[in-house]
Design a binder for this molecule. Structure first.
Ligand SMILES: NC(=O)C1=CN([C@@H]2O[C@H](COP(=O)(O)OP(=O)(O)OC[C@H]3O[C@@H](n4cnc5c(N)ncnc54)[C@H](OP(=O)(O)O)[C@@H]3O)[C@@H](O)[C@H]2O)C=CC1
Ligand SMILES: O=C(O)C1=N[C@H](C(=O)O)C[C@H](O)C1
Length: 257
């Protein structure tokens, strides 16, 4: 049995992770990090703590769906203490500093970082690379739609998809990304990659990558219809990660894509 710890255990995905782990035959909930208070029932032997070090000590692997500041605390603990455990990081919206911490920590422990834990988006990323490379004259525009409570924009997934598109065309995303258009901004430039966000209602997550040319266009859509797609995906990759060497792994590594 793999003992799993959760960071973000009171959140929308964290609570689903608790439910999914109750039913899993190979992994079980061993510890939860709580920022404030855990309302949900967990088995009696589960460690409930607000201390990242205690969390790490109690588990074989940590799954993190929280907030950038919480992930930063987790990564700092891994870097500074002698407790080295594998981490599955799913939180989005990191600063450059937080991205660097992730890289530093992955030299010490195995880390799988993915902005989207669904199999469908992993395949979508592959399709986007292929289409961006092959259809080199097509304009690329990405639209992401999420529920009204999402705090970061654009979504981590949209940024990952945009990275795949930019990389396939040997472009630097930071130089070509446009995430808003308003007023007399002039005609679209050839290389720009639009990444736009819509927020509303209870949309779990929808990403559309469009490639547009004169006379034809392609739109690739992925829609997550249930949030436990992400919690189940994270448990699947956590099982894969245990026992791996320190490195920064992608979801493609775990899924063999
Ligand atoms: N990679 C993927 O597949 C997916 C990634 N995500 C990402 O996961 C993250 C969480 O999403 P979601 O569950 O919807 O968000 P929620 O806002 O519902 O949950 C956030 C969780 O993080 C906790 N938290 C916030 N700040 C801190 C802190 N400083 N220290 C400790 N804990 C903290 C919250 O605790 P409290 O309740 O006490 O505030 C809560 O448990 C987001 O970044 C989201 O983009 C989401 C879905 C899929
Ligand atoms: O906050 C969410 O809900 C989601 N966040 C992730 C992201 O930012 O890409 C993944 C998913 O789309 C849901």
């Amino acid at each position: 049995m793999i003992n799993v710890g959760i960071v973000g255990s009171t959140g929308r995905v964290g609570t689903l992770l608790i439910d999914d782990l109750k039913k899993d035959e190979e992994a079980k909930l061993a510890a939860v990090h709580v920022f404030d208070k855990l309302e949900k029932d967990v088995p009696e032997d589960v460690v409930i703590t607000n201390d990242m070090k205690t969390l790490l000590e109690s588990v074989d692997v940590v799954i993190d769906f929280s907030a950038p500041s919480a992930t930063e605390e987790l990564l700092t603990q891994v870097i500074e203490s002698d407790i080295k455990k594998p981490l599955v990081i799913a939180t989005t919206g990191f600063s450059k500093h937080q991205q660097n911490l992730l890289i530093e920590a992955s030299k010490l422990v195995p880390i799988l970082y993915s902005t989207n834990m669904s199999l469908g988006v992993a395949v979508l990323n592959k399709l986007v690379s292929l289409a961006s490379k092959t259809l080199k004259d097509f304009d690329i525009e990405i639209v992401e739609q999420h529920h009204r409570y999402k705090v970061d924009s654009p979504s981590g997934t949209a940024l990952t998809l945009a990275e795949s598109a930019a990389k396939a065309r040997d472009l630097e995303l930071d130089k070509v990304r446009v995430s808003g258009r308003d007023g007399e901004i002039g005609a679209r430039t050839k290389d720009e990659i639009g990444v736009m966000s819509l927020r509303g209602g209870d949309i779990v997550g929808r990403h559309t990558v469009g490639l547009y040319n004169d006379g034809e266009f392609i739109e690739l859509h992925h829609t997550a219809t249930a949030r436990n797609t992400f919690s189940k995906g994270a448990i699947r990759v956590a099982k894969w990660l245990v026992g791996k060497e320190p490195n920064l792994y992608s979801i493609n590594d775990a899924l063999g894509l």
